[in-house]
Design a protein around this ligand. Structure first.
Ligand code: M6R
Length: 610
């Protein structure tokens, strides 16, 4: 969602800020802005739309300074307009701020500032109140003014502020919104996300914790806790390559990330296996006693991560014989759940910053659950607030549509299931060895699926104009159907709908006619015949069918107009192979329709608001 970059050094702040903002572009935004202190005034430039529109406005060499702050905004309060874009100024234009998050009591503060101090607001945003509050409290010390302003605010925020009278200093504060400081030599950065600054700071980062305030000058970064005490923070060294967020020779990040799957699946899996094939969870503190103690598991996540959880539920229940409930985080937060110290709570998140998932995690933690998170972004809030973290080694995922994060999340689900199952004695050695063999074969099999790209591209060319697409499947295939449907709708804007195939005749089949396209997944041997019956039902209503089955299951050709084959495999691991053609199909449909594949409209990569 919104992105923040602040730089304090010796020269050309605007270049570094713009470069950092571009590295956060993938998160989604609708306007951008930058503020620099120049000749005793704070100068602000803003533009709606892409960052290049802002670049056009700041091209003049006169618009430059050794420090400044920038922001990409994803509209929440107020339309995407220049007035609503950040940075925001106080009335005297002596303070500028950028803000990520939501100020819940902004209406109250707005009224108070307007009535008591005659402050006139220029934007419809909640964020503008922050600039006015800091301005009100400013008396030559920006840190003090920020602290006083924060005391008036409720909500979630990462705020970065500058003052015209202290042009060598940036002050930032965070509560429930990510913030990192990048440690340079003779310069320093503050940003909402690591990729914005990685290139400049050789991976040297301070992770700013909740309720901490940080003061940056070109030579120093000082962190304070909520009581104003200095914090001695260890440097966090990030080993991601800064350029791993490049498209290489691909037209889109999404396609590149789809193709990275054999490698990242292998890395996620192999990093967890000892030479004797036992699962290595040495950084995870779950003991046999803990595992035996759990009588319930909740898996909570959003979007694609939730879909990985749907598969995870079935896999863990099968292998570990523990009841698993799965919920979308936004629902979990507001329902009555049964959590105690016998509950394992598994949060799944690529970004590790999804607010609903984070809030659900906090709630479960407070009520005594043991928290294990499956996260991709190292050092993210969800990772930091969990008791244990199982990292997916997918590397940076830039496209808004999640692909490689999903398949690596599935690998984690299998490993958790196998680990718990073997610890609890609910699976035997033969099954364990068989499953490990199946998992190890996945990278090569995914590569074989990727070789089908041309076929899938042609399939997309034949169906890209459809208005309604249905995804159906049974068992694990039903979980994958949800993910296939989400991929298609989010990047191609085609209406698509996923449903457990057995549920069709309870209503949804009423929608089937000769215009419908049905993607029918039949990869589960156990449920194959039942699935074929469901395909026949929709075929009888005139729908076009794209069937999917394992190689050798050629009977499906009798009931499908097109067939996608995946390599032979155990039913359990079929989701990893089944989702890949659906990702590629969605990609080429969106390409045919001329959509903005990596940055679909209205979507953000990391959803840090409720
Ligand atoms: O970062 P997270 O995994 O927590 O994100 C959850 C969802 O917002 C995310 O998966 C979203 O659904 C993607 N756009 C799906 O492609």
């Amino acid at each position: 969602m919104c992105g923040i970059v602040g730089y304090v050094g010796t020269d050309h702040a605007k270049e570094k800020i713009i470069d950092g903002l571009k590295r956060l572009e993938y998160r989604g935004y609708d306007s951008a802005g930058i503020a620099l202190p120049i000749d005793g005034k704070i100068q602000v430039r803003k533009a709606v739309g892409e960052i290049k529109n802002l670049e056009a406005k700041i091209a003049s060499p006169d618009f430059d300074a050794p420090m400044g702050i920038g922001h990409t905004r994803w509209a929440t309060h107020g339309e995407p307009t220049e007035l609503n874009a950040h940075p925001h100024l106080n009335m005297e234009e002596t303070i500028a701020i950028v803000h990520n998050g939501i100020i819940e009591n902004y209406q109250e503060i707005r009224e108070w500032l307007a009535t008591e101090y005659g402050i006139v607001f220029k934007s419809e945003t909640d964020s503008e109140v922050i600039a006015h509050l800091i301005g009100l409290f400013y008396d030559g010390d920006l840190l003090e003014a920020v602290n006083k302003a924060v005391a008036e605010m409720r909500g979630a925020y990462a705020v970065v502020a500058i003052a015209v009278d202290e042009p060598d200093k940036i002050v930032a504060v965070r509560k429930d919104a990510p913030l990192v400081a990048g440690i340079g030599k003779g310069f320093n950065f503050i940003a909402s996300d690591i990729p914005a600054v990685l290139k400049y700071v050789q991976g040297n980062i301070y992770l700013i914790e909740n309720n901490e305030t940080v003061v940056l000058t070109k030579d120093d970064i000082v962190i304070y806790d909520e009581n104003g005490n200095k914090v001695d923070r260890e440097i966090y060294v990030v080993d991601w390559k800064a350029d791993s967020a490049d498209k290489a020779d691909y037209d889109h990040f999404m396609l590149k990330e789809i193709h990275e799957q054999p490698a990242v699946i292998s890395e996620t899996l192999m990093s967890r296996l000892n030479p004797d094939d036992s699962i290595r969870l040495d950084d995870i503190s779950l003991t046999k006693e803990d595992i035996d103690n759990f009588n319930k598991i909740y898996i909570v996540a959003c979007g694609t991560a939730y879909h990985a959880g749907l598969v995870g539920k079935m896999v863990i229940e099968k292998m570990a014989h523990i009841p698993v409930e799965i919920d979308v985080a936004s629902e979990f937060r507001y329902r009555d759940t049964f959590i105690d110290d016998k509950t394992l709570f598994i949060a799944i998140s690529q970004s590790g910053e999804t607010l609903d998932t984070l809030a659900a995690l906090r709630d479960a933690k407070e009520r005594g659950a043991r928290i294990l998170s499956v996260v991709n972004a190292v050092g993210s809030s969800i990772a930091r607030e969990s008791h244990d973290v199982f990292y997916t080694l997918a590397g940076p995922e830039v496209a808004v549509a999640s692909t490689k994060a999903y398949t690596t999340q599935l690998i984690c689900m299998y490993l958790i299931g196998l680990y718990m199952g073997s610890t609890r004695g609910t699976i035997d050695k033969d099954y364990y060895n068989y499953m490990l063999g199946e998992l190890k074969a996945l990278p090569e099999k995914v590569s074989r699926v990727l070789e089908n790209e041309e076929f899938l591209k042609n399939l997309a060319a034949r169906y890209y104009f459809k208005d309604n697409v249905f995804f159906i499947g049974r068992g694990l295939d039903s979980g994958v159907s949800y993910e296939g449907s989400l991929k298609l709708k989010e990047i191609s804007y085609i209406h698509s709908f996923a449903i457990a195939a057995g549920e069709l005749k309870h209503g949804t089949i009423a929608l089937m006619d000769s215009e419908s396209l049905v993607v029918a997944l039949a990869t589960q041997d156990r449920l194959y015949e039942k699935m074929v019956s469901n395909i026949v039902e929709v075929q009888a209503r005139g729908a076009r069918i794209i069937g999917m089955a394992k190689e050798g299951r050629t009977e499906i050709e009798k009931t499908s107009d097109e067939v996608i084959y995946i390599p032979q495999c155990a039913d359990e691991v079929a989701p990893v192979l089944a989702v890949v053609p659906l990702q590629i199909f969605a990609y080429y449909v969106a390409l045919e329709r001329g959509c903005n594949i990596d940055k679909p409209k209205n979507l953000a990569k990391s959803v840090t608001v409720e």
